[in-house]
Design a protein around this ligand. Structure first.
Ligand code: GDP
Ligand code: MG
Length: 768
């Protein structure tokens, strides 16, 4: 099978093209640096199938970043049959810089002028025929997004791939041409593959090349001794770069015809950026947008209409019968949209899903099991163990998707990249560059790709610090914990808004991350923050297809996890809560004698400072079980509550009155836990904080282990998670339960700050 590689600058549309060609659903994001590793797929429309490799985005073939090394090694060592060089046509000159380097390799190259839709929309035009003539390789206009020109691109690449092509360089007219020619002849003599490419790189004094061709380096050195440029002196790397750019602007750039009136007018993007990336207003605007998203996803009082206009509840309207049940199905539907207030879209979708679909389905399945004449323990295992846990996890799926839809819109529109840019100013003070913001934002989705994405951070210490705080950016799996606990607090206390609680918890995570980074960068992970250079991608309307791909991926992942790891965990939890150490089977009313309860009771005192330990009394062990089950996967936390709540209700430990069909609904599961233990709001909030900042899950631990450079860094990371969650959750709990302790916390933090400042001074003195 032939193999084609996709190479191009970051954010030029490689992954979009890859997805269209191969039918994959790889992550496309409107910011540079999303793809950090290569990825393969198959294109099937040519006579012979073609393997397509998506390479990470690169600006050059010099080994400055890990991405550049991956891409360069792939093209040189794996010898693809053709390199499709994707060029962002809205940024022609800068993108062609890479093209001039790829062309120096002895490989068929086809240039794909991508984003032609955007070029044409701007009223500009590109003469592809002329560019083709000047470059000497095929040039095809495409729009990866709209799927235009892809068949022609592949056809021409396919035809061209069977030809031999020798590298060509635009440096042939420059002062360096002679030297490059001599070095090439020398390399030819040594039978080096791609002599032209290596010759140019040697002249550039590229570190990898100098290492590889020690003998030939001498010749370059001799020449250099006799050569000096007025502007660049003997900086040959700059000389070569300058020669490339000069050639591009003289010979290639003229193929672009700009619409006359456009030349000096600032674009819409520029205008939007004046506001959205404003020095002072940028961050407040971001927070408002973020809050709006949480409001739309979680609020049970959309736009606060209910509170403002004192709208009547369904009961006030006489739509409930004497038992407080809905009069008919119509009212039940209405209750998913309105009850004393209009619900936000996220809540409506969630209620419809749960009341009409999941609740009914699992209620019906549970009835079937009960009526089947199975042994009581089997009924318990299936209904309380499996169904309750699964239903509780699945009940949050729509709301998670709604939240991610909003995040994807922010990402795809190009706004998130601006946030990285605004935050860079602030981050720098804490010892991070804006670049590390991107993996952090990805952490809102899932810590695992986020940790992998930290590969874009060149500095090892910055990278380690970022990996450690990524879990603080609450991922999709933690959302059920937040939603269920916040929902339960709202129902139980009748005060507050779920959107406000979830939003504050997300902020708590972000603030904790910043403080933790500040601490680490001043102690164990001290170091300089590399400069952050990023071009801002163009704003564009989010792409429906792209959004759907993101959501579909998210949903698939979530459901797959529910039916594998979560399912297995709930079964294990049910079993261990129904057997004693003497292997005696226990009825529901005896689960406090179970292996699980006994171990958890032993560990309970550890959690007392966090507000969910010994103070919770006899049933308090359920919180310990949930917290520990959450170390495997965070969805387990609410699933565990549901399973145990069902058992506690069945065993008569709590009444379960007023709770939906036992405790299928995650919110009701938490309410059952409140009934069972008498835990207060501070303890509940501390419980969320603990789960948000502790060891995230098995999969993330494995990823951290693979991504972090050393064993020591990994061990310290585990230690960091345990310590951070312990400190943060105890702070939340003690301040909530005993407000005067805030003074103690302030003193403790001040003491740490003073120690750091003193130590920094000391180090500075030693350095001087
Ligand atoms: P990569 O970083 O090179 O892999 O680029 P992506 O495929 O992730 O795309 C970056 C951004 O450019 C995304 O927001 C895409 O939707 C957008 N994009 C990709 N191809 C086109 C295109 O042909 N036209 C327009 N207007 N936008 C595109
Ligand atoms: Mg990509």
């Amino acid at each position: 099978m032939k193999k084609f590689a996709l190479a191009g600058n970051p954010n030029c549309g490689k992954t979009t093209l890859f997805n269209s060609l191969t039918g994959s659903t790889a992550h496309v994001g409107n910011w540079p640096g999303v793809t950090v590793d290569k990825r393969e797929g198959v294109y099937k429309k040519t006579p012979e199938h073609v393997a397509i490799v998506d390479l990470p985005g690169i600006y050059s073939l010099s080994p400055y970043t890990p991405e550049e090394v991956i891409a360069r090694n792939f093209i040189l060592d794996e010898k693809p049959d053709c390199v499709i060089n994707i060029v962002d046509a809205t940024n022609l000159e800068r993108n062609l810089y890479l093209t001039t380097q790829v062309m120096e390799i002895d490989v068929p190259v086809v240039v794909a002028l991508n984003m032609m839709d955007a070029v044409e929309k701007n009223g500009d035009a590109i003469d592809a025929k002329e560019l083709e003539k000047r470059l000497g390789v095929p040039v095809v206009k495409i729009s990866a997004l709209k799927g235009v020109g892809l068949d022609e691109l592949m056809q021409r690449a396919y035809d061209f791939s069977s030809q031999e092509r020798k590298g060509a360089t635009v440096l042939k007219d420059s002062a360096l041409a002679h030297l490059i020619g001599d070095v090439k002849i020398a390399l030819d003599g040594q039978d080096v593959a791609n002599p032209l490419f290596h010759a140019v790189k040697l002249v550039e004094q590229d570190s990898i090349e100098v290492e590889m061709h020690k003998d030939t380096v001498k010749m370059v050195e001799e020449f250099k001794a006799t050569f000096s440029d007025d502007v660049f002196g003997d900086d040959f790397e700059a000389l070569v770069a300058d020669a490339r750019y000069k050639y591009i602007s003289k010979n290639f750039a003229p193929v672009l015809k700009r619409r006359e009136e456009d030349k000096f007018v600032s674009t819409k993007s520029d205008k939007a950026d004046k506001v959205l990336t404003h020095k002072i207003w940028g961050i407040p605007i971001f927070l408002v947008i973020l809050f709006a998203i949480f409001h739309l996803t979680f609020s049970e009082d959309f736009l606060y209409l209910g509170a403002i206009f004192h709208l009547p509840s369904l009961e006030d309207l006489g739509l409930l019968d004497a038992d407080g049940e809905f009069l008919n199905f119509g009212v039940k539907l209405l209750a998913c949209v309105y009850d004393g207030a209009v619900f936000s879209p996220g809540v409506i979708i969630n209620k419809l899903w749960n009341e009409i679909l999941v609740g009914e389905l699992f209620g019906w399945l549970g009835g079937l099991v009960e009526g089947s004449g199975m042994e009581a323990w089997a009924v318990g295992l299936i209904n309380n163990g499996i169904f309750e846990g699964l239903a509780a996890v699945l009940s949050f799926l729509p709301q998670i998707l709604v939240l991610f839809l909003f995040f994807s819109i922010l990402e795809d529109s190009g706004y998130m990249a601006r946030i990285a840019f605004i935050l860079d100013r602030m981050f720098r003070k804490f010892g991070l560059s804006g670049r590390s913001f991107m993996p952090m934002i990805m952490g809102f989705g899932c810590s695992i790709p986020a940790m992998i994405n930290t590969r874009t951070l060149a500095d090892e210490k910055e990278r380690t610090a970022t990996v450690r705080v990524i879990p603080f950016f609450s991922c999709g799996a933690k959302l059920p914990i937040l939603t269920a606990v916040a929902g339960a607090i709202v129902v139980w206390t009748g005060a507050g808004n779920a959107d406000l609680i979830t939003f504050s918890m997300y902020l708590l995570g972000i603030v904790s991350a910043i403080l933790a980074v500040l601490l680490m960068r001043n102690t164990t992970l001290r170091g300089d923050t590399p400069p952050f250079i990023m071009e801002l991608p163009a704003y564009h309307a989010p792409q429906f297809k792209n959004l759907m791909i993101h959501l579909w991926d998210k949903a698939k992942h979530f459901v797959k996890k529910a039916f594998t790891i979560i399912l297995a965990s709930t079964i294990i939890i049910w079993l261990f809560s129904h057997f004693s150490f003497a292997w005696k089977f226990l009825e529901d009313e005896e689960i406090d004698q179970s292996i699980l309860a006994q171990i958890s009771m032993f560990l309970q005192p550890l959690f007392t400072p966090l507000g969910f330990g010994s103070q919770l009394g006899a049933n308090g062990w359920v919180f310990v079980v949930a917290a520990i089950a959450g170390l495997i996967a965070k969805e387990n936390v609410i699933a565990t509550f549901s399973t145990l709540a069902a058992c506690l209700i069945a065993g008569g430990a709590i009444s379960g009155a007023g709770l939906e069909v036992e405790a299928e609904d995650g919110i009701d599961a938490v309410r059952a836990m409140i009934d069972a233990t008498g835990i207060g709001v501070p303890g509940l909030i501390a419980f969320i904080a603990f789960n948000m900042t502790t060891i995230p899950c098995f999969a993330a631990v494995a990823t951290a282990k693979a991504e972090l450079g050393t064993k020591k860094a990994f061990n310290n990371t585990l230690l960091f998670w345990v310590a951070a969650s312990y400190v943060i959750a105890s702070a939340v709990y003690t301040i909530g339960a005993f407000p005067w302790t805030i003074a103690l916390w302030v003193v403790a933090v001040a003491a740490v700050v003073v120690c750091i400042v003193l130590r920094n001074k000391n180090l500075a003195k030693k350095g001087a």
